[in-house]
Design a protein around this ligand. Structure first.
Ligand code: AMP
Ligand code: ZN
Length: 112
């Protein structure tokens, strides 16, 4: 198993858990870009949003729900941003699909 986030999900690389269930694991980003920066990753490996197939549709919905649950757990009542970077030009650096939950400060638009 060479995937970084598969190792984090399996617990062989340490992380700070924020939320977890049978389908996903949410943990603190190691280089936070906001006061709250949490990553939500499925337990099973999917390389990117582009690689998700028809059978992943319920899981994708669950990941979005989990992002909202992370925001509730972290007290982001004033608002937050959920981001998926996809592919090279999308800024994806880890090839295991994940949602960024960013909050705790005002966000700017458009993102860089
Ligand atoms: P992306 O660039 O969208 O693929 O996001 C990858 C994210 O993973 C970045 O925000 C990194 O800071 C984060 N990251 C990389 N290694 C780790 C790690 N060991 N634990 C937690 N977050 C990590
Ligand atoms: Zn993986």
């Amino acid at each position: 198993m060479s995937c970084l986030f598969c190792k984090i999900v399996a617990g062989s690389i340490p992380s700070t858990a924020v939320y977890q269930d049978d389908l996903c694991y949410a943990f603190a980003d190691i280089h936070p870009r906001a006061p709250v920066h949490v990553l939500v990753a499925p337990r099973g490996h999917i390389a990117s949003l582009s690689d998700a197939d028809d059978g992943h549709r319920p899981l994708l919905g669950h990941l979005l729900w989990a992002a909202a649950e992370v925001a509730r757990v972290k007290g982001l009542a004033k608002g937050y941003r959920v981001v998926i970077n996809n592919g090279d030009e999308g800024g994806q650096t880890v090839d295991h699909i994940h949602l960024h939950v960013l909050g705790g400060r005002p966000m700017t638009w458009p993102p860089g």
